[in-house]
Design a protein around this ligand. Structure first.
Ligand code: HAM
Length: 407
C-alpha cells in the first residue's frame, strides 16, 4: 500500500456530497452575479508569486512547491489564484472590467493540521479592472451569500482598510518607531519584520498584547482612501451585512491596499480559522509587470474549512430511486429512468433484477428522498411512491411524478 502524501486528502462519499453542494452553490452564485468561469493553470512561473504575492511573505518564503522543470525554468504549483488571474487578464490584453470565478486546488507547504492542508481547495472571485467601492461590496456580499446559502452557521465578517501606498509610507515610520520601542519584547519573527514588513507584525498572534497599543492603518488613511472605506461600509450596511472593524487585520499577502476582510464561523474553530479572505489589490498588476495600473478586488474561500463548517447531512443525493417489483417491467422501468434523467431529475436504480428487499436496501444507501415502485399499477399508468424520511405513500400517475418530486 502506498499511502497518500502528507497534507493531502482523498475526498470521497459521503463527505464529497457537501463538496458537490459547495461547488454547485458557488457556480450558481457566480452566474447570478455575472462572474464568468476562469480555468487557470496549476503551474505558474515562480517569479509571478515572488513579485506578486511578495518575496517576504510566509507563502513565498516558506511554503511554495517550487522546482525546475526539464527545460530549466523555475515553476511553482500555485499557492493562490489572484496573481495568476491578474497575469491572465494582462496577457489577454485585458481592458475594462473582467469578473471571474475560479475553483481548484492550491499548494502550500505548511505544517498539516485541522483546516490547514498542503493541497487545499479554494473557490475564488476576482473583479479585475474596477476601482469602485461597489466592487468591494459585491465581492463581500457574494462571499456572505454563499456561506449563508450553504447553511454555514454563525458567520462573522472582519473588515479593515490598510490604505494606499501613499498613506502607508508615513504610517509605516510611525509603526516602526513604536515597534522599535518594544523590540526587546517582540518574538524573533516580528523583530525581523520591523524593517522590511512592519505591517505584518500587527497580526502576529505571539505579540498580540504588545501590538494592541500600536498605531493602526485605519487611523492614518488619506482623504481618498477614507472616503472609499466609508463607501464600502455604507454599501455593506445597505446590503444588510453585519461586520466588525478589525483594525489589526492586515492579511498575509503583499499586494493588498485599501479594503481587506476575512470571514469566520462559530462552526469552525482552529489555530487558523478564517473560512475565507480577500481585499483590494490595486498594486498587483504593476508588481507583475503591467505598465499601467489595473485596479482589482477579490476573495478566496477555503473549501476544506467551509465543508467542515457546513451542516450534516447534506441534502439528498438523489430525487428518486426506482425499484422494480415485477421483473418483466425492467425494460419499461429502464426507459422511464432514462427519460427522468434526461429531464433533469437525479435518479438511480439497480436494474430491477434483484429482490425488492435488496432494492430497498440500495435505495436507503443511495440517499434518495423518494422511492418509486414499478409494479402492477404500471399498466394503469401509475407507480407507487414512498417518501423515505416520512414513510408517506401514494399511487401517482407517471406523468405527475416530476411534479410530486418538486413538491
Ligand atoms: P488566503 O487568505 O491566503 O488568501 O487564503 C484564502 C482562504 O484559503 C483562507 O481563508 C483559508 O480558508 C484557505 N486556506 C489558505 N491556506 C490554507 C491551507 N493551507 N489549508 C486549508 N485552507 C487554506 C488568498 O489566497 C488570496 N488569493 C485571496 C484573494 C483573492 N484576495 C484577493 N482575491
Amino acid at each position: 500500500m502506498i499511502p497518500r502524501v502528507k497534507g493531502t486528502d482523498d475526498i470521497l462519499p459521503p463527505e464529497s456530497a457537501r463538496w458537490r453542494a459547495l461547488l454547485r452553490g458557488f457556480d450558481d452564485l457566480a452566474a447570478r452575479y455575472g462572474y464568468d468561469l476562469a480555468v487557470m493553470p496549476v503551474l505558474e512561473s515562480t517569479e509571478l508569486f515572488s513579485r506578486g504575492v511578495g518575496a517576504g511573505t510566509d507563502v513565498v518564503e516558506k511554503q511554495m512547491y517550487t522546482f525546475e522543470d526539464q527545460g530549466g525554468r523555475s515553476v511553482t504549483l500555485r499557492p493562490e489564484f489572484t496573481a495568476g488571474i491578474v497575469r491572465a487578464y494582462l496577457e489577454s490584453g485585458g481592458t475594462g472590467v473582467m469578473k471571474l470565478a475560479a475553483a481548484g486546488p492550491q499548494f502550500r507547504y505548511e505544517q498539516p493540521q485541522k483546516g490547514r492542508r498542503r493541497q487545499f481547495y479554494q473557490v475564488d472571485l476576482e473583479c479585475v479592472g474596477d476601482p469602485d467601492s461597489r466592487a468591494d461590496v459585491e465581492i463581500i456580499e457574494m462571499s456572505h451569500r454563499l456561506l449563508t446559502e450553504l447553511g454555514v452557521p454563525g458567520v462573522t465578517l472582519q473588515l479593515n482598510s490598510i490604505g494606499d501606498a501613499a498613506d502607508r509610507s508615513q504610517y509605516r515610520d510611525l509603526l516602526r518607531d513604536y515597534l522599535r520601542g518594544v523590540a526587546g519584547e517582540l518574538s524573533p519573527d516580528s523583530r525581523r519584520r520591523i524593517d522590511d514588513n512592519p505591517l505584518r507584525v500587527l497580526d502576529s498572534k505571539a505579540d498580540a498584547a504588545l501590538v494592541a497599543a500600536a498605531p493602526v492603518p485605519l487611523d492614518h488613511l488619506g482623504p481618498e482612501t477614507a472616503a472609499h472605506f466609508a463607501a464600502v461600509r455604507a454599501g455593506l450596511e445597505e446590503a444588510g451585512i453585519a461586520y466588525e472593524i478589525a483594525p489589526r487585520l492586515v492579511r498575509g499577502l503583499d499586494y493588498y491596499n485599501r479594503t481587506v476582510f476575512e470571514f469566520y464561523s462559530t462552526a469552525f474553530e482552529a489555530a487558523q480559522s478564517a473560512l475565507g479572505g480577500g481585499g483590494r489589490y490595486d498594486p498587483l498588476a504593476e508588481l507583475v509587470g503591467s505598465r499601467v495600473p489595473v485596479a482589482g478586488v477579490g476573495v478566496a474561500l477555503g473549501c476544506d474549512r467551509i465543508v467542515a463548517a457546513m451542516p450534516e447531512p447534506a441534502p439528498p443525493r438523489l430525487d428518486l430511486f426506482v425499484a422494480v417489483a415485477t421483473p418483466v417491467r425492467s425494460g419499461a422501468a429502464g426507459a422511464w429512468v432514462r427519460s427522468l434523467r434526461a429531464s433533469g431529475h437525479r435518479v438511480d436504480w439497480t436494474g430491477g433484477d434483484r429482490s425488492l428487499k435488496a432494492q430497498f436496501k440500495a435505495a436507503d444507501r443511495s440517499g434518495a428522498a423518494v422511492v418509486a415502485i414499478v409494479g402492477d399499477e404500471w399498466d394503469a399508468g401509475q407507480v407507487r411512491l414512498k417518501r423515505l424520511a416520512t414513510g408517506e405513500e401514494a399511487a401517482v400517475d407517471i406523468e405527475e411524478v416530476g411534479a410530486w418530486l418538486n413538491r
